[in-house]
Design a protein around this ligand. Structure first.
Ligand SMILES: Nc1ncnc2c1ncn2[C@@H]1O[C@H](COP(=O)(O)OP(=O)(O)OP(=O)(O)O)[C@@H](O)[C@H]1O
Length: 233
């Protein structure tokens, strides 16, 4: 479980996250939506300790993120909005292998995870290609493969469908559906629910850094336009 209690995050005078309480159960799929600047990215960056709370606390699997940073980063994998910033190696295979290598896994297991993760995002067989030769959508899929290779308990994706063409989008959605069925919790940050509403158990909408709505997708649909979120078609 990811648990957020009274979380406040400030950037100077800007209160980006304003006293948020939230719990995401194991195996749940939660959409975090809201207008630009409502605090979505800031909130989820606390889930694996990329930011420190100004007030309040975050725990993952019952352990404080601040006190158990390595455990949080092993349990929660993140894919960010600008995945090109997340690349760490020169080739596709080495990039996906980086996380599992840091977990200290043996070579066979690392190779297996690299193969499976690349296949999950339709990049199979491209281990030896240079990352700087990939298109924007391919880089995004590579970043998702890197997160999948960690076999995290919780996967957080910040605007994962931006820049993906239709086949790539379908393949990522299918993989997310499988992950959810396997018990991985998913947190998908978006301001447009059309892509992921069918997968979600809950929609959490932020407005001005606080939770303005927390409901099942069909219950939430009517209120979404008032909160500057495009409802699913
Ligand atoms: N590094 C930063 N320094 C200063 N202010 C920031 C920083 N990052 C975000 N902010 C501000 O904090 C608030 C919340 O930003 P955040 O990026 O978390 O929102 P968001 O909902 O993810 O927005 P978007 O949909 O545009 O990605 C905004 O007012 C933003 O301008």
């Amino acid at each position: 479980m990811i648990r957020v209690d009274g979380l406040v995050h400030r950037y100077g005078d800007t209160v980006a996250v304003d006293d948020v309480d939230l719990a995401i159960d194991d195996g749940e799929c939660v959409i975090v939506a809201g207008a630009n600047g409502s605090g979505k990215t800031t909130l989820v960056r606390h889930f694996n300790g990329l930011l420190d709370p100004d007030e309040g606390s975050v725990s993952v699997n019952d352990r404080s993120v601040t006190d158990h940073l390595v455990a949080a980063r092993t349990a929660v994998a993140m894919v960010f909005q600008h995945p090109e910033d997340q690349l760490v190696a020169a080739t596709v295979g080495a990039d996906v292998a980086f996380g599992p290598e840091n977990l200290g896994l043996d070579r066979d297991e690392i190779d297996r995870r690299v193969r499976e993760s690349l296949a999950a995002v339709n990049l199979d067989g491209r281990e030896d290609e240079r990352v700087d030769s990939l298109s924007g959508g391919e880089v995004e899929r590579l970043a998702i493969a890197g997160a999948l290779a960690m076999r995290p308990d919780h996967l957080v994706l910040d605007e994962p469908f931006t820049g993906l063409d239709e086949p790539a989008r379908r393949s990522v959605l299918a993989r997310l559906r499988d992950l959810r069925a396997e018990g991985t919790s998913l947190v998908v940050v978006t301001h447009d629910l059309r892509d992921v509403a069918e997968l979600a158990d809950r929609v959490v909408v932020l407005a001005d850094g606080d939770v303005a709505l927390d409901a099942a997708p069909d219950e939430a649909a009517d209120r979404l336009p008032d909160l500057d979120v495009r409802p699913p078609c």
